[in-house]
Design a protein around this ligand. Structure first.
Ligand code: PEP
Length: 245
C-alpha cells in the first residue's frame, strides 16, 4: 500500500513571532512537493499566528485530555482546533519523562485530539538502557498497546517511533534497526486496528537532518519523519521535505 509521507516539525519550546518568517519558505516547499504532507508544531502561543500566516498545516505539541475544566496552565483539544491546529503530537518522550505521562494519559489525549477532529501523532520509543537490554521491541509494543485508541482510523492516527536516545543527540539507529522496529510496529498495529493498520503512517524521529533524511525515508514502513532541531529553520527542514518526496 502507498501511504503519503508526512514530515512534521516539532519546535518544542523554541520560537517567536519573528521566527514565523521561516514558515514562508517551508510552505513554499510544501507546495512544491504536493505528494508530501508537511506540518509544523510550534509552541501553543504561536499556533494561531502560524495558522493565519498561510496554507501550511499547523499542529500542537500536546493537548489536555479533557475538553475544559479546572486545569490551570493546560490547553484542550477543542481550543487547539479553534486556534488552527490540524494535528497534535501526544506522548512525546520529553512529556513522558518531564511530566511523567503514562500510556493511559497518552491514550486519553489521543482520543481527545481525534474527537476534536484532528490527527493524533502518538509517540513511542525505547530508552538506551531498554535497547541495550534487548527490550526495545517489547517496550514499544507495550506503549502502543496502552496509548493507541483501537477504534482509531488511518486518517486519524499517526505513530512516531522515536528512540529516546536518538532525540537531540545526533545519533540514529542503523537502517536495519529502524526497518525492524517499523515492521514490528506495523504488525502490532495490525493486531490492534485490523485493516486500518496498513494505512497508518509510521514516522521515524530522532536526529533526522538533511544528511540522513533520504536514507531513513527509503526504509520500508518509514512513512515520514518527526523532526525536532532540524525543523527550526527552513534551510534545514526544506531538504528533509525534499528527501521525502
Ligand atoms: C523530537 O523532538 O521529536 C525529535 C525527533 O528531536 P530531534 O530531531 O532534535 O532529535
Amino acid at each position: 500500500m502507498t501511504r503519503r509521507k508526512l514530515v512534521a516539525g516539532n519546535w518544542k519550546m523554541h520560537g517567536s513571532l519573528a521566527q514565523l518568517a521561516e514558515l514562508d519558505a517551508i510552505a513554499a516547499a510544501a507546495r512544491a512537493n504536493p505528494q508530501v504532507d508537511v506540518a509544523i508544531c510550534p509552541p501553543f502561543t504561536l499556533i494561531a499566528a502560524a495558522a493565519a500566516r498561510g496554507d501550511l498545516t499547523i499542529g500542537a505539541q500536546d493537548s489536555h485530555q479533557n475538553e475544559k475544566g479546572a486545569h490551570t496552565g493546560c490547553v484542550s483539544a477543542p481550543m487547539l482546533r479553534e486556534a488552527g491546529a490540524k494535528l497534535v503530537i501526544v506522548g512525546h518522550s520529553e512529556r513522558r519523562t518531564d511530566q511523567r505521562e503514562s500510556d493511559a494519559e497518552v491514550y486519553a489525549k489521543a482520543r481527545a485530539v481525534i474527537a476534536a477532529g484532528m490527527i493524533a501523532i502518538v509517540c513511542v520509543g525505547e530508552t538506551e538502557g531498554e535497547r541495550d537490554a534487548g527490550r526495545a521491541a517489547e517496550v514499544v509494543e507495550r506503549q502502543l498497546q496502552g496509548s493507541i485508541p483501537a477504534d482509531g482510523t488511518a486518517t486519524q492516527l499517526v505513530v512516531a517511533y522515536e528512540p529516546v536516545w536518538a532525540i537531540g543527540t545526533g545519533r540514529t539507529p542503523t537502517v536495519g534497526d529502524v526497518a525492524a522496529m517499523h515492521a514490528s510496529i506495523r504488525t502490532k498495529l495490525g493486531d490492534m486496528l485490523d485493516a486500518e493498520a496498513e494505512g497508518v503512517r509510521i514516522l521515524y524521529g530522532g536526529s533526522v537532518k538533511p544528511s540522513n533524511a533520504a536514507e531513513l525515508m527509503a526504509v520500508n514502513n518509514v512513512d515520514g519523519a518527526l523532526v525536532g532541531g532540524a525543523s527550526l529553520t527552513a534551510a534545514d527542514f526544506v531538504p528533509i521535505i525534499e528527501a521525502a518526496a
